[in-house]
Design a protein around this ligand. Structure first.
Ligand code: FNR
Length: 384
């Protein structure tokens, strides 16, 4: 009998077996030496929790809000590119799992399934992530489509003006869909579930940017397209312009520095995400959890602070909340679930994190996530 899945690590191992190597590696890697990628997880693990006893732990609640929207727990699915390559129709399946769990799903600009594909298969508003493109008309067209689909927040990613150095993708010759080379054919032959799924869908390339990215399929054409399209001259005035055009809830993603956080708060956005893009952009940057306290201190009174990077357990969620995050995003944790078992796998990932969060909160002596603060952490073990 198969061993039961009890952790996100179990899902990662299953995903590695089921997903073609180039797409598994695309998810489970960081930039350059992967120092920041690793630190995102190890810095969480170094924080110690205070165990409390003889406290009434009945009737617990994880319910909260993120960017003003009710959530069953303070966790959202992060925008991730090529999600439909971890599993056929991946974005649709992840959005459905998030909807079922009562947490937000964020669709990436670089998704395989389009805004319209996801809207057609879901009933609740999802969030849309935008990269700032030089072609402002194209960016506005994407925002128009997101508005038409009923997206209830725009997540504007600021930390990819220039693409980080992702060596694994270059070595693997990442393409979408995979090219029929001998190595790929041999690898795909060991991934029957994935292949069957792909045969059953027509969503195999970047559908949001279709028409704007003819010929973009491999890593070098994607890098060239990114360099040509993404705006290396992006300024806070551009952020304000996008905010005015969007007109709704705006979340700025990729803030890692207190000074940038002050500028973000001044831009009039509703929330920021403390993030280093999951260790995929500036290698050598601080881990997100290490960067969080100074940012909360700088702007926590003025703007909602969210975070992502390295969250693999419900304990990590609680630690981030204790250090002042109103909520967290998970990237790889749900991608592993998706690769391991489609929608059911994402549901499992969310269930694992919710359960760990609930039990840990109780054993730290709290019943309501809204009341959790630094008092649950052992002094000297957490970043300040
Ligand atoms: C990402 N991330 C990302 N962010 C973004 O704003 N737009 C995007 O298209 C992508 N694409 C993407 C692909 C993959 C495979 C990963 C793993 C990540 C970053 C993502 O939103 C988030 O910041 C990190 O995933 C958080 O770190 P963890 O939870 O993966 O450790």
């Amino acid at each position: 009998m198969a061993r039961p899945v009890t952790t996100i690590e179990d899902l990662r191992i299953k995903a590695k077996r089921r997903v073609p190597k180039m797409f598994y590696d695309y998810a489970d890697s960081g930039s350059w030496t992967e120092t920041t990628y690793r630190a995102n997880e190890t810095d969480f693990a170094a924080i110690r929790l205070r165990q409390r006893v003889a406290v009434d732990m009945r009737n617990r609640s994880l319910a909260s809000t993120m960017a003003g929207q009710p959530v069953s727990m303070p966790v959202a699915l992060a925008p991730t590119g090529l999600t439909g390559m971890q599993h056929a129709d991946g974005e649709i399946l992840a959005a459905k799992a998030a909807e079922k769990a009562g947490i937000p799903f964020t669709l990436s600009t670089m998704s395989i399934c389009s805004i319209e594909d996801v809207a057609e298969h879901t009933t609740r508003p999802f969030w849309f992530q935008l990269y700032v493109m030089k072609d402002r008309a194209f960016a506005r067209a994407l925002m128009d489509r997101a508005k038409a689909a009923g997206c209830s927040a725009l997540v504007l990613t600021l930390d990819l003006q220039v693409l980080g150095q992702r060596h694994k993708d270059i070595v693997n010759g990442l393409t979408t869909p995979p090219k029929p080379t001998l190595a790929n054919i041999l690898n795909l032959a060991t991934k029957p579930h994935w292949c069957l799924g792909m045969l059953g869908t027509n969503r195999r390339t970047f559908r949001n940017i279709a028409g704007h990215a003819e010929g973009v399929s491999d890593m070098s054409s994607l890098s060239a397209w990114t360099a040509e399209q993404f705006d290396p001259a992006l300024s806070w005035d551009d952020v304000k312009e996008i905010k005015d055009y969007w007109g709704g809830t705006l979340i700025l993603k990729g803030i890692l520095d207190a000074e940038d956080a002050r500028n973000a708060a001044a831009s009039g956005a509703d929330a920021i995400i403390v993030s280093n893009h999951g260790g995929r952009q500036l290698d050598g940057a601080l881990s997100s959890i290490a960067a969080l306290p100074a940012i909360v201190e700088a702007v926590g009174e003025r703007i909602e602070v969210l975070m992502d990077g390295g969250v693999r357990t419900g304990q990590d969620v609680l630690k981030a909340v204790a250090l002042g995050a109103k909520g967290v995003f998970i990237g790889r944790a749900f991608l592993y679930g998706l690769g391991a078992g489609g929608q059911a796998g994402v549901e499992k990932a969310i269930e694992i994190i919710a359960k760990e969060l609930d039990v840990t909160m109780a054993l730290c002596g709290h019943r309501d996530i809204g009341n959790v603060g630094k008092e649950i952490l052992v002094p000297g073990t957490y970043p300040t």
